[in-house]
Design a protein around this ligand. Structure first.
Ligand code: BGC
Length: 369
């Protein structure tokens, strides 16, 4: 019966979906991917809160402006906040509570610390708001309705593959010596990126074709607290001293994003060592320049404009009482529930395909000419 209902929804489209919305509110198996909480709709022009982490990378800076503009042009009132640079968790907690008090109907959260927001999202749900985890999942709570992000595991896989490809291009035969870096442990994405990369790298490591020079392979050893450049640079400095002091060659470094990639490269250059293959993520302008100059090897294109636009689409659907589009109902178990997700495809970028990848990006395209 439920299955029949879900197929019917797929067939009859959005108008009928609106009418059937309540009847199907417990639907968990919809072929259109409509699992989630009940959607009743809310008044046009309502307040939408957006709580973003501190500006640890360009994507967050961009997202804030895009949300402010995108929500306004969709007819909502927008309250966009960033956590500060140091007291990030407390900042974000009080920002979300304030959004609830102000009556926000939807609260979009890019978590500073995935596991520290249960109280605030519970408040949001009690007040009748819908909670959307943006880019980073919120963990250990049932009070998160949707997750929207680029496919994080795939980001990691692409990074791992780029590292292998880059090293092979420079030195066709292994073994290759590498070091591994991962993101901040309080960000749920960090482990997903790392697992994705290791799904590619581990078979090489197991065969002895790739050697982690320092032996530091555990995510606890590779983590960069707070995604901070200075922490990555410090770790790279000490790895160079401890492991690459003599003639030993470092062929590649797995870096989870561009900010950290540039910090790693600064460290290597400071030590006067040859530049290894270094991966990245985010398509930051400085990294795109570095890739074009043949220094950083790769980045990932996760177009923030698309992610924000899709999030605004989700919010528009919720406002109308429709269920937002989702395309994944199994990957994101947050420890309390599987969060229905809408995942966008990330794209690997090297010098070879940079011009093509950024052709529609007015800021990045000129850097690839
Ligand atoms: C985002 C990355 C970003 C990192 C640091 C992650 O959660 O997915 O795009 O580089 O945070 O800000």
């Amino acid at each position: 019966m439920r299955r029949v209902t879900s197929r019917s929804i797929a067939a009859v489209g959005a108008v009928a979906l609106l009418a059937l919305g309540t009847a199907c509110s417990n639907e968990r198996e919809g072929s259109t991917g409509t699992a989630g909480t009940e959607a009743k709709g809310f008044a046009e022009g309502s307040l939408v809160g957006v709580a973003l982490p501190s500006k640890t990378s360009e994507n967050w800076v961009l997202a804030g402006d895009l949300f402010t503009d995108g929500l306004k042009s969709a007819g909502f009132k927008a309250d966009v906040q960033y956590a500060g640079a140091s007291t990030t968790v407390a900042d974000q907690q009080s920002q979300i509570s304030a959004m609830v008090t102000k009556g926000a109907k939807v609260i979009v959260v890019g978590a500073t610390d995935a596991s520290q927001l249960a109280t605030q999202v519970a408040q949001a749900k009690q007040a009748g708001a819908t909670v959307i985890a943006y880019d980073r999942l919120i963990t250990h709570t049932r009070d998160v309705d949707y997750y929207i992000a680029f496919d994080n595991f795939k980001v990691g896989r692409l990074q791992g593959q780029a590292l292998v490809d880059g090293m092979k291009a420079r030195k066709p035969k292994g073994p290759w010596t590498i070091e591994l870096f991962s993101g901040s442990p309080d960000d749920n994405n960090s482990k997903v990126f790392f697992d994705g990369a290791m799904s590619v790298l581990k078979p090489f490591v197991d065969k002895g074709d790739i050697v982690v020079g320092s032996g530091q392979k555990d995510i606890k050893q590779t983590a960069v607290q707070g995604w901070k450049a200075e922490n990555a640079q410090q770790r790279m400095d000490s790895l160079l001293t401890s492991t690459y002091n003599g003639d030993r060659q470092l062929d590649g470094v797995l870096s989870p994003n561009d900010t950290l990639a540039r910090a790693i490269l600064t460290s290597v250059k400071g030590a006067g060592k040859p530049v290894p293959v270094v991966t990245g993520q985010d398509s930051e302008a400085e990294s795109v320049k570095s890739i074009m100059a043949g220094v950083q090897y790769s980045t990932i294109n996760k177009d923030t404009r698309k992610l924000v636009a899709e999030t605004v689409n989700m919010i528009k659907a919720l406002q109308k009482g429709d269920k937002p589009q989702i395309n994944d109902t199994k990957s994101y178990d947050n420890g309390s529930k599987i969060v229905p997700a809408y995942l966008l495809p990330p794209v690997i970028v090297t010098k070879e395909n940079a011009a093509e990848s950024y052709a529609n990006d007015p800021k990045l395209a000129p850097l690839t000419q």
